[in-house]
Design a protein around this ligand. Sequence first.
Ligand SMILES: Cc1cc2nc3c(=O)[nH]c(=O)nc-3n(C[C@H](O)[C@H](O)[C@H](O)COP(=O)(O)OP(=O)(O)OC[C@H]3O[C@@H](n4cnc5c(N)ncnc54)[C@H](O)[C@@H]3O)c2cc1C
Length: 404
Amino acid sequence: MITTHTHDLLIIGGGMVGLALAIDSARQGLQVTVVEQALPEDETPVAGVYSPRVSAISRESQDWLTGLGVWQHLPAGRACAYREMKVWDGQGQGRIGFHADDIQADDLGHIIENRWLVSALWHQAEQTPGITLVAGRTVQQWQHQGDQMLATLSDASVVTASVLAACDGRFSKVRRDAGMATREWDYRQHAIVTTVRHQQPHRGVAHQVFLETGPLAFLPLQDEAGDQHASSIVWSVDNEAVQALLDLPKEEFLTALNRAFEHTLGELTDCDPRFSFPLQQMHSKRYIAPRLVLVGDAAHALHPLAGQGVNLGFQDAATLANEWRRGRQRGEDPGSERTLRRYQRQRQGHNLGAMVAMEGFKQLFGSDHPLAVLSRNWGMSQLNRLSLAKRPLIRTALGRINAD
Ligand SMILES: Cc1cc2nc3c(=O)[nH]c(=O)nc-3n(C[C@H](O)[C@H](O)[C@H](O)COP(=O)(O)OP(=O)(O)OC[C@H]3O[C@@H](n4cnc5c(N)ncnc54)[C@H](O)[C@@H]3O)c2cc1C
């Protein structure tokens, strides 16, 4: 039997950004349907066992997620606060350190496995009135019909809504079906991602070393027992080198990683299976079409060096939900062009700015020209001595680009 649901907002993609958008929008009074292709994972965390995909969540995102009632659902102890970030140039002497004390904060952010954040969001979405969650389905087709979007799901049910929000990630099918063009930067690199164990505790410090091949990040993890001997790594390597590193026997991979990381946390003793992701930046030339809006990675995907991808997505979601709140006060329909334009105006330039900054950073650190090596090492060392000058840099690095 074909069922039809009529709602204000249809969200395609129940990942981190789609679910957060659903919760904030429902709190503004919208009736929301979320369609997610995967089924929710109902697992409990196991001490010492980590999943490979993690995100650095800024304090700003944390505050917003707390306001939405999501942060409270994270498994106890599983979000690792980092109070310090140490960055150095593997090709020179340049070093810079950022400390939470520099900005009078308790910490610089938290490292969280994506899995637990998605599951906290899912639990909160289930408890939020006005949200219908449809898991294990995709959208077969959608079309714009008068002042409605009409979508047919893979179980043949039909959802009509005033506006469709594409939160279906970097390879967004909705964006492609809508023919929305993108600009792309391919770094011809992959990121190798895995969890490693080290002899010494990380003590809540995030590390990033710029190697000739690209950045290598060690992001501190913590389990519910408070153990601090595991970190998630993101190692950028050229496309030609990635397969060889993935295929190396574990011992040899750890030897190569130990060398690259300069034994900073003592010996690396073990690692989980390795995964790789292509490193590309992508930005959609438009975020909106009639009764359609792109949010999160569907609109922009950043180099993970920034550690900002999902934080920018959360800012998109908060801005859009706020525009819907303002629109309702004025009697505007959530799919109206005026409302969607206001969202696009606020977010597109901001996200592009973050991408351009990342591109500049990547170019500076990607160069092994002796002059570039000399100037960045000198610059890092000088800046490291100036705690006042470091503050805006820390705020930018933490995703608070507009903060003072
Ligand atoms: C190696 C790596 C490291 C990263 N590290 C960080 C970091 O430290 N900090 C940070 O902020 N960001 C980081 N990012 C980026 C971050 O992972 C993304 O910005 C974030 O996942 C985007 O969230 P999203 O919800 O927009 O998209 P996604 O996480 O891609 O979610 C999309 C959702 O849509 C669903 N979906 C897709 N197609 C359909 C369909 N047709 N129908 C129904 N459902 C569909 C998917 O199942 C998924 O649940 C990293 C990225 C990479 C690759």
